[in-house]
Design a protein around this ligand. Structure first.
Ligand code: IVH
Length: 679
């Protein structure tokens, strides 16, 4: 590095900045990092040292100076399409900075030397866990939560107050009366492993992309538009930094103890120590104990405890000089790549999966790892027989992060990504802009057909009492090829299957009969249209009301729904364009399945003629409030206009809707007032 020429340094600096900015975007905006934190930090370190060597190339726009931004312009969770989310942005009263970080003890001792130089006295440190989530800033005014704002670009962030209120540990009003009139408290929203595993299992089941790790799941969940959905995500919060004018504390730990006494969630694991040696002990302890924690941490934060010293030490453009983070290296293991399988998914997507020489990693034996897609394989330049590093990083299936090129054996062979479907032999296709290859033979590819049935009968779809083994049996016998075949199965056919008796046959037939009363939204989801998950099926069926209306909808009509983007719309249109699918819909309809939204039962006509917009978090779900209105003859729409009679607001309603209603003089009522209208 010391021999680098000026022009080479300039080129490398530009390249690093570009790459780092790209990774910042993947991490903060898309919630989908493609490299590990460790690799990212290495790139940032290289850039910082080059900028130090060649100060003439310094720039205020460099990622070494700027904080990454999470302001929501992210794709929706289910399609891959870009959608601009609608959170109001709010400017931070004090900029929200990041922390300097290090993976080495030497740098930590340099940190403590720098502090000793400034304060000239022995220093007490607060040692804390570095929670691996997404930063949040809460403002309390007169004991009430006024707003919750994400870090954003450090200067302004997204106002996510409504979503924050769904987190049980966050008090809307503080306990006692000793709190300042106004203060801010910052912390981390994170997702405990249990909630993360549950969420990803659900997403896999409904063919939605699982989150890479709990941190992405937390920040993705915090930015959902539907607070009701956020409430189901099991988010947690810990607060670790108080700010305000003239706060009555002399140390950070006192401020945090006070926050705790007001009912705010703080960490149980922070310790105040009085030497850097004790900081090391704290690090050593958590370096092993962290594996027993029920939530993710990625390091330790060390803060100067005295607030007057924090003030004296001050800030750089990007981070405080009075605190730093010591990060743990992610666990990884080196093992041999034995072979690669190419798996065909329900919708035909091909996923390369590595078979590994079994190796222990963080408490389990790893035998398989995902290679995601062809681009990822090319990026790793992977060969069969290579020695590869596997990392878990919270993912369900571990991933290969690096190939140890020094260990590459002479016999290593370049894997050949298949041209044809490994199951049915059809030529694979890759749509423009998509990372995955697909088998287009959806009507004849046995794996796709069978997994289509497994999806159809699953609990959240038709909830038919059968499993994969039964589907296999029925398929092998040739009894089922198309979904509608299920409804013409006979008892004779069933008892002819291996191991089947009268009783099991009757149970399956009864369950099929019962499935005819499954509501339309689940029937639509059960059809298995690519990109249409459970939540989207609900939105589409509620919006259009019947399968005929969805079939007749063009792209423009489909993308009218906020969550539906171009990719999902095209997928729906393509599905219905296939005559085989249309025929199936007709056959399923003839079998008695529901292809229309059930009309909300009319209870009264009290609200007839009224047009309502519903916004915020209520005692029941927003859908239930809407159904209540409709059951009393009212109409509901999604945006406030001159025609709106009432804006019904719960906790933390949408800022834009409120503003518009106020401007237009629309009546704004609460849930209670709505119920009173009916009475
Ligand atoms: S203090 C002025 N304490 O780590 C900086 N941060 O990589 C105040 N984090 O932006 C931050 N646990 O989102 C602090 N105990 C802790 C933390 C913590 C996690 C996050 C925070 C910060 C990031 C820096």
């Amino acid at each position: 590095m010391s021999k680098i020429t000026k022009s080479a340094a300039k080129e490398r600096i530009e390249q690093l900045r570009k790459e780092i900015n790209g990774h910042n975007y993947n991490y903060y905006v898309l919630n989908a990092p493609v490299i590990s934190d460790f690799e990212f930090d290495l790139m940032l370190q290289e850039l910082a040292s080059l900028e130090k060597m060649f100060p003439e190339f310094a720039s205020p726009d460099s990622p070494t100076v700027k904080v990454g931004s999470d302001i929501a312009k992210a794709p929706s969770e289910s399609g891959n399409e870009r959608k601009v989310f609608e959170f109001a942005t709010r400017t931070h009263r004090y900029p929200m900075l990041s922390l300097g970080n290090t993976y080495s003890r030497e740098e930590l001792s340099e940190f403590s030397d720098r502090i000793a130089k400034t304060v000239q006295e022995p220093c007490c440190y607060s040692c804390e866990l570095k929670f691996d989530g997404t930063a949040i800033c809460l403002t309390y005014k007169n004991g009430r939560l006024a707003y919750a704002v994400t870090r954003g670009d450090g200067v302004k962030g997204d106002d996510v107050t409504a979503n924050m209120l769904t987190i049980k540990s966050i008090p809307q009003t503080l306990a006692g009366d000793s709190y300042p009139d106004e203060f801010e408290i910052r912390g981390e929203i994170y997702m405990p492993f249990e909630a993360f595993n549950r969420l990803n299992a659900e997403r896999e089941e409904i063919d939605e992309r699982p989150f890479a790790n709990p941190r992405n799941a937390a920040s993705g969940s915090l930015k959902l538009q539907d607070s009701g959905e956020v409430a189901t995500r099991g988010l947690a919060c810990v607060l670790y930094h108080m700010l305000g004018e003239n706060l009555p504390f002399s140390t950070h730990s006192e401020a945090i103890a006070a926050a705790k006494s007001w009912g705010l969630p703080v960490s149980e694991h922070s310790r105040v120590v009085d030497s850097i040696e004790e900081v090391y002990n704290y690090i050593d302890y958590w370096d092993t104990e962290r594996r027993k924690l029920p939530f993710p941490i990625d390091g330790i934060v060390i803060k100067v405890n005295r607030l007057d010293w924090q003030k004296k030490l001050g800030y750089t453009a990007k981070s405080p000089r009075w605190a730093t983070a010591y990060k743990f290296k992610p666990d990884r293991a080196l093992t041999e790549l034995l072979s690669i399988d190419y798996q065909v998914g329900r919708t035909g997507a091909i996923t390369p999966v590595a078979n590994l020489d079994p190796v222990p990693l963080s408490g389990t034996i790893v035998k398989r790892a995902s290679l995601h897609n062809k681009d990822q394989m090319d990026l790793l330049d992977i060969r069969i027989g290579d020695f590869v590093y596997v990392e878990k990083g919270g993912e369900i299936i571990p991933k290969i992060t690096e190939v140890d090129l020094a260990k590459r054996p002479a016999h290593a062979t370049v894997p050949v990504f298949p041209r044809y479907c490994p199951d049915c032999g059809a030529e694979l296709v890759r749509d423009e802009g998509q990372a995955k290859h697909y088998c287009p033979n959806s009507n004849n590819c046995p794996v796709q057909i069978k997994s289509g049935f497994v999806h159809f009968i699953s609990r959240k779809a038709m909830d038919i009492l059968a499993g994969e083994a039964t589907i296999d049996q029925l398929y092998e016998k040739g009894y089922i090829r198309h979904l509608s075949d299920l409804y013409s199965l006979t008892k004779e056919q069933l008892v002819s299957l291996d191991g089947w008796k009268d009783r099991s046959a009757e149970n399956l037939l009864a369950s099929l009969e019962k499935s005819k009363s499954v509501p339309f939204n689940r029937v639509f989801y059960a059809l298995g249209i690519r990109h249409v998950g459970e939540a989207n099926a609900k939105l589409l069926t509620a919006h259009f009301g019947s399968i005929d209306a969805i079939m007749a909808a063009d792209r423009d009509a489909l993308v009218q729904i906020d969550e539906v983007g171009d990719i999902m719309a095209d997928s729906i249109i393509k599905w219905f364009a296939d005559p085989v699918n249309r025929e199936q819909v007709e056959k399923l309809r003839a079998a008695g399945l529901k292809f229309e939204q059930e009309k909300t039962k009319k209870v009264s006509n009290t609200l007839s003629g009224g047009i309502f917009v519903v916004s915020g978090v209520f005692s029941v779900s927003r859908d239930e409030i809407k159904q209540f209105i409709e059951s009393h003859g009212g109409k509901t729409t999604s945006s406030v206009s001159g025609h709106t009679s009432y804006l019904v607001t719960g906790e933390a309603p949408g800022a834009e809707k409120l503003k518009k209603a106020e401007k237009l003089g629309t009546k704004i009522i609460t849930e209670e007032q709505l119920r009173a209208l009916v009475e």
